[in-house]
Design a protein around this ligand. Sequence first.
Ligand code: CU
Length: 201
Amino acid sequence: MTASRRPVLVVAAFGAALTIAAWTALPAGAADGPVEAAGTFAAPLDATTAFTYDVTQVPVGARVVVRAVPTGSHKTVVTLHAWGLLPDETYGAHAHYKPCGATGAAAGAHYQNAQDPAVGGSETTASVDSSYANPGNEVWIDLVTNADGNGRAQTVVDWAFRPTANGSPRAVILHLNTTSTGGSVPPGNAGARLACVTVPF
Ligand SMILES: [Cu+2]
């Protein structure tokens, strides 16, 4: 599949390539503690953690690390690092409710802190009410890559993820476009689901 992109004006890059080895191992799976997931993107049949659904946009072999770190002040810092994506490109990313699967749809809808009653807490139906579908209530991370296809971006939200039993997010999806805040494109929409990494939030 080849997807077309919306033109974007944002150009930024980060410097030296980072190495995964530089990261300190973190415990995973604790809703009130730090979480980290790392993976190498593979075709769905071969993938365990990181799935690419469009190898023209997220090549097989590209790497990803997602970290979620709760602060002591009821905030959560979510960081996305990627290596080996397209050079000088932009991607949208969000936390989604379900783990990655054979298709991008498997990850379900965007995780929301305050859940939109219009979708009844559904983990598969997208909320398009900007009172809920906004970067303060969901995890939105717009990623810009440098000339080497590497990028890092983060968001800070004013809440902690719900515990797994109460519907924590389980994945981060990489999308074709940066995330819409409204207008002609519904809020929260970032285009095609290119790739997914399962994260034990
Ligand atoms: Cu998404």
